[in-house]
Ligand binder design. Structure first.
Ligand code: NAD
Ligand code: UDP
Length: 321
């Protein structure tokens, strides 16, 4: 049988590279695209020798051309960590607007099904906890996080418009904080920040009083949820995340225990508009996809810690603050 062909944008990033692995494992032909603005080719270099894998260094905010037939598109290109999108706000807005427009046009042209990576950030600093898909959110459009949150909200809107007006087959996954191997140690997100600090023998920086909550999902669970959603017939947004909610202070304490560091938690100012609580309501994912997370935080953190420890010394030490 002829292989299904899938385009994955953001393929050299954390999640994109795990998606490449999964679809290669399922015997798809994977066309990977990335402009490497926050990604790293080392995440996918093990795939370069395969005949069913191609890579294109391309900015998807510019016209996207793919030769031949295309069955599926996964749009994951976008800076994703607060320090990244604060550094490159315009590119973040462009990939969430011009980029998605190009990819929806491609999906329409090729008659391909497209799944887009949305985020729990569409709920902003939520007044409802846990967050169901029906909640419209509480986003500050002109605050520092607005460039990411509003790009993702626009992305959802234009995706629904292509679905409704052009009949394009679309899927929207709202991803909640996900972690695992291939996260960048210096991407500023709390998990690599804390583990990196513990490995380097520095104190762990808790922003604010640490009472804000997050719910961390291990990457393998997320990828399984995305795989199931892509193959479902549901076009409305679906939350994928792990509902096991924890305060950032407790999380810091867990990392201290895991790593055995003798360092302590120290406090730094809370960034503007930092959400106070976040936890996915996964009722829809359970009922529509038969999906729920399988990997506990204890297990996932252990695997991720081993990964970070195995990195070359110069990667561990080269951290911007
Ligand atoms: P990442 O930074 O590791 O990966 C993003 C990739 O996109 C990078 O390789 C980057 O170089 C590439 N990219 C960015 N702009 C591009 C452009 N214009 N053209 C081509 N490539 C471009 O981040 P990630 O954590 O893997 O996130 C991937 C996607 O998932 C993003 O869309 C993000 O918004 C979404 N998401 C992630 C999380 C999470 O917890 N990791 C949570 C919610 C949503
Ligand atoms: N955070 C922290 N110390 C750090 C980095 C982040 O206390 O060194 C906090 C941050 O303020 C937020 C939470 O951890 O409340 C999660 O931050 P992250 O950047 O990982 O993701 P997001 O805010 O997008 O959920």
């Amino acid at each position: 049988m002829e292989r299904k062909r899938i385009l994955i944008t953001g393929a050299a990033g954390f999640l994109g590279s795990h998606l490449c692995d999964r679809f290669i494992k399922e015997d798809y032909h994977v066309i990977a695209m990335d402009n490497l603005i926050t990604g790293d080719l080392r995440n996918i270099e093990h795939l370069f020798k395969l005949e069913n894998f191609e890579f294109y260094n391309h900015d998807v905010s510019k016209f996207v051309h793919v030769a031949g037939k295309l069955d599926y598109i996964l749009h994951f290109a976008s800076p994703a960590s607060p320090i990244d999108y604060l550094k490159i706000p315009i590119q973040t807005l462009k990939v969430g607007s011009l980029g998605i427009h190009n990819l929806l046009g491609l999906a329409k042209d090729k008659n391909a099904r497209i799944l887009i990576a949305s985020t729990s950030e569409v709920y902003g600093d939520p007044n409802v906890n846990p967050q169901p898909e029906e909640y419209w959110g509480n986003v500050n459009p002109v605050g520092p996080r607005g460039v990411y949150d509003e790009a993702k909200r626009f992305q959802e809107a234009i995706t629904m418009a292509y679905h409704t007006f052009h009949g394009v087959e679309t899927r929207i996954v709202r991803i909640f904080n996900t972690y695992g191997p291939r996260m960048r140690l210096n991407d500023g997100r709390v998990l690599p920040a804390f583990i990196g600090q513990a490995i380097r023998g520095e104190d762990l920086t808790v922003f604010g009083d640490g009472s804000q909550t997050r719910s961390f999902c291990y990457v393998d669970d997320l990828i399984e949820g995305i795989y199931r959603l892509l193959h479902s017939d549901y076009a409305q947004p679906v939350n994928i995340g792990n509902p096991d909610e924890i305060t950032i202070k407790q999380f810091g304490e867990e990392i201290i225990k895991l790593t055995g560091t003798t360092q302590k938690l120290i406090t730094k100012p809370l960034p503007t508009d930092d959400p106070k609580q976040r936890r996915p309501d996964i009722t829809k994912a359970k009922s529509l996809l038969g999906w729920e997370p399988k990997v506990s935080r204890a297990e996932g953190l252990k695997i991720t810690y081993e990964y970070f420890k195995s990195l070359p010394k110069e990667v561990i030490e080269k951290i911007e603050h």
